[in-house]
Structure formats: structure tokens, C-alpha cells
Write a protein that binds this ligand. Structure first.
Ligand SMILES: O=C(O)CCC(=O)C(=O)O
Ligand SMILES: [Fe+2]
Length: 314
């Protein structure tokens, strides 16, 4: 699997030294997670370019697009969603379903993500990251579509991995501010989809922007998951600038500065940015897959659901 960032410690990890490594882990070698960490933002975001091959990308797009019509749910702005692995009950419990082969066995994306997190986070005295993915949320965005600032919420383990397919986008990260303190412009968080966000105030200017290229994996964890929000602006094209404008409120008109330039592994964008001071990318159709772990799972699967609807105890 191509992970182009060279591990300058020459400590490519493949799990083979570890007694707890699974058999499949031996198939992959990953540089240490620190090489993928987005610097200067709260802990923690990791950006991994080219996590899958173009062939795998094409195959995944085809399998997702081929899904039967009822699998798709439309949301307000026209964006479409699919849930794999089951849906969440109103009280935040996963009603589990089997994951499809195109996610669990060929290509083995789920095992690759689990293996990456375990292996890349391993090291002396470090606690290995573990995700135990049990749900995959698919979002399909046409150019011009986005998602408003939100938290994914406490029903999920605060470690999620998002794979981008088909087109780039820019993910904006936001923080809450204390409305009683004088501070920069703010927006009330009525757009937040979670109860936790309600009544809090979101800084109007995003804290950071991350360019997500097709085939990349973005991992969000810790406080970036638990106490920040994320969004995607509804735009047809993105302009990235090398340096911030003098007037930060004008940033959205001029273009945005991204925080993961060094991690992109894309010499064309880096060259264009340093030569012209800006890079403009037309958005195409983008599909994102968010791999996550619902903390509470209904025992007994669909039988459990049936049991509950019949008033039986789980
Ligand atoms: O498309 C993305 O990268 C993010 C999707 C997302 O934040 C969500 O569905 O909760
Ligand atoms: Fe989200």
C-alpha cells in the first residue's frame, strides 16, 4: 500500500515484532503516526495521503454507487448518505448489521485502518490506538454541497477515520467560545446536530482548514473530536492561499490557508502554492467514508430489535 511519506527514523513498523499483531497486520508496513500529525492544532488530527490505490478508489466508488436506492438517505441540502454496519437508535445505540464485503474483505479497508492505527501508534511505553470499527457512514457531495458545523457526538468512540474518494474538499475545524468574554465574531450553534452543541457559541472564523485529497485518510481524535466541530463549506471550487490575508474576515473571499500542506504528498499543489501563492481546485463529486465505533451496540442484532418491539427483555 502506498504511503509515500518516508519514515526518517527508518523504523517502518509492520507489527511482526509484536506478539499481539494479527496475521493480516504482517502484510502492511507503516511509518510512525507522528509523521502524519497535523501540527499546531489541538490534539489530534492525522492526514495520510494515498491510503488506498486509484484502483481501490474506483472499485469502492462503484460499489457505493451501485447500492440499491433504499440504502440512500437524502438530507436537507441534497447531500446523500448511506449507513453500513447498522443505524443508530434515538438513544444512541447501534442496531447492528453485517458490514458488506467491499468494506470488510475486499478491499480490506477496515482491517487496513485498524492495522494502521495499531501499528503506527505502537512504540515503547505508548498505548496502541484501537478503533474496532462497527459502523461506516458514507456521504456523497455534489460540487456546491457541504455540511454545516457539527460534532459527531458521544455515541461514538472519539477516534474516527475518514476516507475521501473522487474529489478533494476542504474540512474546516471550529472551536466553541465563551460568549461572556469579548472575542472575535461568533455564530450561535443552532446548526450543531448534537445536543452537546446546543446553546454553545461557535467562533465564526474556522480554527483551521485541512485539504482532503482523494484516497487520503483523515483521523480525528481526542479533544478535536470531543470539544470541536467540523464542517465543509458549500462551494464549487476551493482557493488555497500560501499566506493569510491581512484581514482575517476577508479570508473566505481570498482563499484559505491550509494546515496540512507538508503532509499532502502532492508536489503539484506545493509547487503551485509556492510559485503563484495560490491553488484553485474545482470540486467534483466526492464520496467520504467515515469509519467509527458506536460505543453501545444492541445485543442480539435484529433479533434483539424484534425482541424489544415485542416487549421482551434483551
Ligand atoms: O465528508 C466528510 O469528510 C465529513 C462527514 C461528516 O462530518 C459527517 O457526516 O459527520
Ligand atoms: Fe461529522
Amino acid at each position: 500500500m502506498p504511503i509515500p511519506i518516508h519514515d526518517d527514523d527508518s523504523q517502518i513498523r509492520n507489527g511482526s515484532n509484536s506478539a499481539s499483531a494479527s496475521a493480516t497486520e504482517h502484510a502492511y508496513a507503516f511509518p510512525a503516526l507522528k509523521h502524519f500529525r497535523v501540527q499546531n492544532i489541538p490534539p489530534a488530527a492525522y492526514y495520510i495521503p494515498d491510503f488506498i490505490t486509484p484502483e481501490e478508489e474506483e472499485y469502492l466508488i462503484r460499489k457505493i454507487e451501485e447500492s440499491p436506492q433504499p440504502k440512500w438517505k437524502k438530507v436537507g441540502t441534497g447531500r446523500r448518505l448511506q449507513y453500513w454496519g447498522g443505524t443508530m437508535s434515538k438513544n444512541g445505540i447501534l442496531l447492528p448489521e453485517a458490514l458488506p464485503a467491499f468494506l470488510s474483505s475486499f478491499p480490506d479497508i477496515i482491517e487496513r485502518i485498524e492495522s494502521f492505527l495499531r501499528v503506527a501508534s505502537s512504540g515503547k511505553g505508548k498505548e496502541r490506538m484501537q478503533l474496532d470499527i462497527n459502523q461506516v457512514l458514507v456521504n456523497e457531495y455534489q460540487p456546491g454541497q457541504g455540511i454545516s458545523p457539527h460534532e459527531d457526538g458521544p455515541a461514538f468512540h472519539p477516534l474516527v477515520a475518514t476516507l475521501s474518494l473522487g474529489s478533494h474538499t476542504i474540512l474546516d475545524l471550529h472551536h466553541y467560545i465563551n460568549p461572556t468574554c469579548p472575542s472575535p465574531p461568533m455564530i450561535p450553534s443552532s446548526s450543531s446536530s448534537t445536543a452537546e452543541g446546543e446553546g454553545k457559541t461557535i467562533a465564526a472564523i474556522p480554527m483551521a482548514h485541512l485539504l482532503l485529497m482523494p484516497r487520503s485518510l483523515l483521523v480525528l481524535s481526542s479533544s478535536l473530536y470531543t470539544s470541536h466541530l467540523h464542517s465543509i463549506a458549500s462551494r464549487e471550487r476551493d482557493t488555497i492561499i500560501r499566506a493569510p490575508s491581512d484581514d482575517s474576515t476577508k479570508e473566505e473571499q481570498d482563499g484559505v490557508v491550509i494546515w496540512n500542506t507538508e503532509l499532502l504528498g502532492d508536489p503539484d499543489i506545493v509547487d503551485t502554492l509556492s510559485k503563484d501563492g495560490r491553488w484553485i481546485g474545482e470540486r467534483g463529486k466526492r464520496i467520504s467514508l467515515t469509519f467509527r465505533k458506536a460505543e453501545k451496540v444492541l445485543k442480539g442484532g435484529p433479533a434483539g430489535v424484534l425482541g424489544r418491539s415485542l416487549g421482551l427483555k434483551k
